[in-house]
Unconditional design. Structure first.
Length: 391
């Protein structure tokens, strides 16, 4: 057995291992798996998981399903840094996993990735469908809590049970996040951003999110956790922006040698006007090219996402896309010129951007695809609604 990791934050010292806690239920389905500390400086989720497991054990709460708490980048958590060499939330690709299966670790993070991967394999082997994944994070700027998901219908349905906002499609702007990898196996996978890294309220928000997710997934019945559930609902009802879906319209990418500095005082979800001054890039002022809500403004030195701009999705769009996907309207796409199915992957479409010029990315989004630009100038679109598989 490995030594415990010991950390002190939020006025408390805790010790834990890769598996922060587990609770095996009576009926044995569903299984909820919560990650915390995939970014090592985001410790709120670890404290929250410890608190939740402590309560479960102390009160001997009876569970239907199973619940696991898994720690992320142990080495970085101990050092209280986001990551050592590479971001553990940007390396979840099949290529990387094939390399680490050969024990070819390029960095500490690849080693952590392999340990997490092995832990997941064991859980998948032990339990039956359905599986629900939660990934607990915090942000550098002040924010109320919110959820991020890939826009699959099962993810959407699960999020609708929470009274906080949900942002769709962030994975289109990121390479190799853990939850996109999980989503590709068809499981519900939610990112939860609890608040600012060092704010004690972030711990309470994570706890509230965990209790609610355990109930929504039917992992535990409401009467068993009634007081925690009600308290967590009350906490979430205090936030300014309640449940609604947002899409990402824009991301500011920080280049490798760029000196980027956000103007002070931006809060997450704050409305910004077109031509408003947002940040400094190598002493040049950056203005917003559109109006909308500013999202995840960067107030730390690490990371290359400067800020995002988001807008609210209409109920009409959400309902229409649900309907079109249910009736498999996407199968029509392959009849169009310049669009063909990938030979080995039924969920992937290869699109020639010159021929399919008239097809806007929005159409693909509506039908449940996310876009990635790949080699030889082809656009690749990946369908987000999938049948469940195990790792
Ligand atoms: Zn994070």
């Amino acid at each position: 057995m490995k030594d415990d990791i010991k950390i002190t934050s939020f006025g408390e010292t805790i010790s834990f291992q890769r598996i922060i806690g587990k609770k095996i239920g009576e009926i044995n389905s569903p299984t909820v798996i919560a990650f915390a500390g995939i970014h090592g400086n985001e410790r709120a989720g670890i404290h929250a998981l410890q608190n939740v497991f402590e309560k479960i054990n102390k009160e001997n709460l009876s569970f239907n399903g199973n619940f696991y708490g898994i720690s992320g980048n142990l080495n970085a958590i101990e050092k209280n840094i986001r990551f050592e060499s590479v971001d553990l939330n940007r390396i979840w690709t099949e290529e990387n996993l094939n390399l680490i299966k050969l024990l070819d670790y390029k960095t500490n993070e690849h080693k952590e990735q392999f340990e997490i991967y092995k832990t997941l394999k064991v859980i998948f082997k032990k339990h039956k469908w359905p599986f629900y994944f939660l990934d607990l994070h915090t942000t550098s700027s002040n924010t109320q809590p919110f959820i991020t998901i890939s826009d699959s219908l099962n993810n959407r349905e699960f999020c609708s049970e929470f009274t906080i906002p949900t942002i769709l499609g962030i994975e289109e702007f990121l390479d190799g996040p853990l939850l996109t990898f999980i989503n590709e196996y068809g499981h519900v996978a939610l990112g939860f951003e609890a608040g600012q890294h060092y704010d004690k309220l972030s711990v309470s928000n994570c706890e509230a999110f965990i209790w609610q997710a355990l109930k929504v997934s039917n992992c535990v019945s409401q009467h068993e956790i009634d007081s925690y559930y009600k308290k967590s609902k009350a906490l979430f009802s205090t936030f300014k922006i309640q449940h609604q879906f947002f899409q990402i319209d824009y991301k500011y990418n920080i280049k490798s040698n760029e000196n980027f500095k956000m103007n002070p005082g931006f809060e997450n979800f704050q409305f910004i006007n077109k031509n408003q001054e947002i940040a400094l890039s190598n002493d040049t002022k950056i203005y917003s090219d559109r109006s909308g809500k500013i999202f995840m403004p960067l107030y730390q030195s690490r990371g290359n996402d400067g800020f995002f701009i988001i807008s609210k999705l209409s109920v009409f769009w959400l309902e229409l896309s649900k309907l079109l996907r249910k009736f498999k309207f996407y199968s029509v796409l392959t009849l169009l010129p310049g669009v063909r199915k990938h030979k080995e992957n039924e969920y992937t479409l290869m699109v020639n951007p010159k021929i399919a010029k008239f097809l806007a990315t929005e159409i693909f989004h509506l039908l449940g695809y996310r876009k990635k630009i790949k080699k030889e100038n082809l656009l690749y679109f990946f369908r987000r609604d999938r049948k469940e598989r195990i790792l």
